[in-house]
Design a binder for this molecule. Sequence first.
Ligand SMILES: Cc1ncc(COP(=O)(O)O)c(C=O)c1O
Length: 267
Amino acid sequence: MSDPKLGTLAVHAGEGETLAVPSITTPVYLATTYRFPDAAEAAAYLDDPEGRWLYARLENPTVVAAERKVAALEGAEAAACFASGMAAITATLLSVLRAGDALLLSDALYGETTRLARDVLARFGVEVRTAPLGSIAAAAESAPPRVKALLFETPTNPTLRVVDDQVGSPTYAADLAGALLDLVALGATGTVHAVNEGRVTWCGFARAIVAGLGTDVEVVPITTAEAARPAPRPAFSVLDADRLAALLGRRLPDWHDALARYLAAGR
Ligand SMILES: Cc1ncc(COP(=O)(O)O)c(C=O)c1O
C-alpha cells in the first residue's frame, strides 16, 4: 500500500482505543460524522434513526444528552437545543405556523423577535396580532382558531413596563423598623404614618432602582389601565408623616437615600 497522504494521516493517525474511552459523562463530540458498524445498520438508519448516529447536524451525542437533561429537568416530553435564541424562536414559529395562520404576540418582546414576526413571517402570509402582556391570557382565550401560536416573555427583556400614574412613598423597612422602635420607646399611641420622605411614581421608582444597579434595562411608563391588574391600587398613596415628625422630632430620610442604602446593603 502506498504511503498515506497528509489528509489521511490528519484524520486517521493516532485513532484507536481513544475513539471510545468510557468517560463518566458524555464528552464534547466535535466530530461531524459517525461510524456505522456495517452497511445494514446504515440502511436501518434511513427507516429508524432513533438510537443511531449519522451526522452532527442531525444528531450530535453531546447535544442529545443536553436536550435529554433539559427535558428531565422540565418534566417535558422532549427538548431541542439551538445555537442561539433567535434560531430557537425562528424554528419553533416555522414549525407551527403556515400561510393563512395568525400569531398572537405580546406587545413587550425582545425586539428581534418582534422584527422576525412583523418583517419576516408577515411576508409568508402569517397575520401578526398583538395584545398587551397584562391581558395576553384573555386575548389568547378569545382568539379565533386561526391563531395557531402565542408568544410572550415573562419577565420581558429588555423592557420593564411600570405604571407611571400612581404616586407613592417608597419606604425602606430598615428605616420603618427604626421609627417603630422609637415610637414604642416613647409610648406613642393612635395612628402614625411612617414613610420615607419624598414621592415618586412606581415607574420613577423602577428607573431609580435600575440606575442604582447600573444596568441598562429600559423602563417603559404605562398607565394603570394598561397594567390591567385585578387588584386596584390608589393613584395617590403618599402618606403625611407630620405626626411622626412631631412625635420623634425627625423625619425619615428621603427615599433616594433609603434606596441607595438598601442597594448598598445587598452588595
Ligand atoms: C428574550 C430574548 N429572546 C431572544 C434572544 C435572542 O437570542 P440570541 O441572541 O441568542 O439569538 C434574546 C437575546 O438577548 C433575548 O433576550
